[in-house]
Design a protein around this ligand. Structure first.
Ligand code: ZN
Length: 269
């Protein structure tokens, strides 16, 4: 029997988790925990947007699972608050984030978020607001009023590694202003386009009034919680949907991914 890569990964994670529990007990398990911050993009049934979309039915099952398992679901701003306070992050925390601000977030995901009372976070590209396929200002305002956290994903979605500090500053300051004008709420968190990162970014973000920022997968083997470089797990549609999702929401997936990164040093992310 040939196993797909994702099945192999899942089996290895389960074995690694069992080994950690068996040999290290609770204290070493503690060191392997990283708050699960789930990353979505498009929610639609047509599999477009370069494999980054999750079908509506899967999102519904996943949100139901989080509620059934009594996860404490927090917005990106609430998570940033927790990190800032320096208190230990409880292990039942999960954050649900969606990147880019696609119109299907309103059409397909918003009804599910309302049904399960999920304070999801949508990172919008302010320069794309109202363009075909993207959220309109009215949709953003309606969702924000209903408890969805609308935050910044820059103005133009550039790869930050090609920007100067001033160019980056323009992206973070202008997008914050534009989104705040629409929602009437403070924009406190940022999501780096393409998961790119530069050392100057945290200072620029702090100066502009941001409390936290999100990347994608680990590009190093550290799972220390850094408020301006919070790592997220990608949720994609896959053959084993629910087991894969349970592992990703457990809080122990990031540790495994980070260690795998160290070994492979590949450029797959
Ligand atoms: Zn993006």
């Amino acid at each position: 029997m040939r196993l797909s890569n994702s099945r192999k990964i899942t089996i290895i994670i389960v074995l690694a988790a069992a080994a950690v529990l068996y040999f290290g007990g609770r204290s070493s398990l503690e060191k392997c925990y990283y708050p699960p911050i789930l990353m979505y993009h498009s929610i639609d049934d047509h599999g477009s947007k370069l494999k980054l979309s999750v079908p509506v039915k899967e999102l519904r099952a996943q949100m139901k699972y989080l509620r059934d398992k009594k996860y404490d679901i927090v917005s990106s701003a609430q998570l940033a608050e927790m990190i800032k306070s320096g208190e230990k992050i409880p292990h039942n925390i999960v954050a649900v984030t969606l990147d880019d601000g696609y119109m299907d977030n309103y059409v397909n995901a918003f009804p599910i978020f309302k049904e399960y009372k999920i304070p999801a976070t949508i990172f919008v590209i302010s320069g794309s607001i109202g363009k075909p396929d993207f959220l309109t200002a009215a949709q953003m305002k309606e969702m924000s009023d209903a408890g969805i956290d609308i935050e910044s994903h820059s103005v133009t979605h550039p790869f930050i590694e090609g920007l100067t500090p001033d160019g980056f500053k323009k992206e973070v300051v202008e997008s914050k202003k534009a989104i705040e004008k629409i929602t009437g709420k403070s924009v406190d968190t940022f999501c780096y386009p393409y998961g790119g990162f530069k050392d100057f970014a945290p200072d620029v973000l702090k100066d502009a009034g941001y409390d936290a920022a999100f990347v994608t997968m680990p590009r190093d083997n550290s799972i220390a919680v850094d408020a301006y470089r919070l790592k997220r797990v990608k949720i994609a549609s896959g053959p084993f949907g629910s087991l894969d999702f349970r592992i990703k929401a457990s809080g122990y997936y990031m540790w495994f991914k980070a260690h795998r990164w160290k070994k492979k040093k590949s450029t797959e992310y």
